[in-house]
Design a protein around this ligand. Sequence first.
Ligand SMILES: Cc1ncc(COP(=O)(O)O)c(C=O)c1O
Length: 454
Amino acid sequence: MSAAEPVDLSVADLHPALGDPALTSMNFLNEVSERYPAAVSLAAGRPYEEFFDLAAVHRHLDTFHRHLVDDLGHGPEQARRLLLQYGRTKGIVHHLIARNLAVDEGITVDPEDLVVTVGCQEAMFLVLRALRAGPTDVLLAVAPTYVGLTGAARLVDLPVWPVAGGSSGVDLADLAAQVRGARAAGLRPRACYVMPDFANPSGVSIDTAHRRRLLDLAAQEDLLLLEDNPYGLFHLDDGPRPPTLKALDTGRRVVYLGSFAKTVLPGARVGYVVADQRVAGPGGQVGPLADQLAMIKSMVTVNTSPIAQAVIGGRLLEHGCSLVAANTRERSAYTRNLRHLVAGLTRRFPALPDQSDQPDQPDRPDRPAAVRWTVPAGGFFVVVTVPFPVDDALLDRSARDYGVLWTPMAHFYDDTAPVRALRLSVSAVTPEQIDVGLDRLAALITDELTRRAG
Ligand SMILES: Cc1ncc(COP(=O)(O)O)c(C=O)c1O
């Protein structure tokens, strides 16, 4: 828009979230990558495109259609209607998602406690919209925090209080202090958002014993936990995965947020929420929180595209409802890339000790001694800490002069304090691109250190 262009509205007169960095962050990052298309992107957390397969999408649709007819006994007209007409607000693949959670995660879910959503993003929005009942409500979230969560909270006027993550994934003493501090200030913490598996952006995971302690603390403080788990299947080691919080949850403390973006197809835009918490209605009737979320959904997206759900449903059916089985190729590509990136960092910063035995803290140390990085046990993300502030101007220079993109960690903190760290993603690149990207990043860091020393 040019300065001379006539103006009809001012952003100052729209919802305050629209001027907020949490909402402009994604646009800014996309804009930088559009301006420098030749730059290698270690920024995008998108899945690997080599495995995208249009023919498979048609097959999944057919598979799900056959399931409607052969397994569920729908007549041709009814099956056609289910796929092509407006539909059930809570979704049409809920029974398959419940089966998937049983097969892959050991989670037993009543399909009626599930809402199939337009991506996990809508699920987060619905939950936050429902929980934000009044002006004293606040949301706790482990920091650094996924910006999509912070943005959704802004849109429903729900303040986000950061909880320290640290090397354990969530600092329980800080969580308890924040809950009590909020209550002492007359506020009502509604829930704590947490990503126990290979968090975005920190890459940190919570071990099983600490998951149990987190659940105990949530029970003690009467707090809900919002568990977001888009990356859990992509673990490096072949051993068993730790149980999800939801699998350990015996007291309906956990609202579980799921996404098929990384495990099936981001373009389908399908996610879900398990919300089995019992809600008492005004007339004394009791139903799952899922029903309340569906009511909100009916006014936001009406229902998730049944065609998109069918694609997800077909893929699930073709693999016995196991996404572990469906993602063997993907997991090995991400594992290869993550190992390649970490080895590449070690080679390019050889003066530093091997850090594989000291999972680093992606928090914000005031004076980091040198260049350090996290060594996650899986997922897409590595955090590199450097001895100088990393901001959008540096990213712009990195893209323009060095040809490499990454994400400033400042985008994942809900304040303006300088952050000396950046996030690298391994999901949408080849090992060759990782090599080129790391060479360029190393040149940027070296030049920056020299410039600052001089
Ligand atoms: C932590 C986290 N939660 C949720 C989402 C959104 O998932 P979806 O694409 O299903 O909306 C993402 C996407 O990158 C994510 O990283």
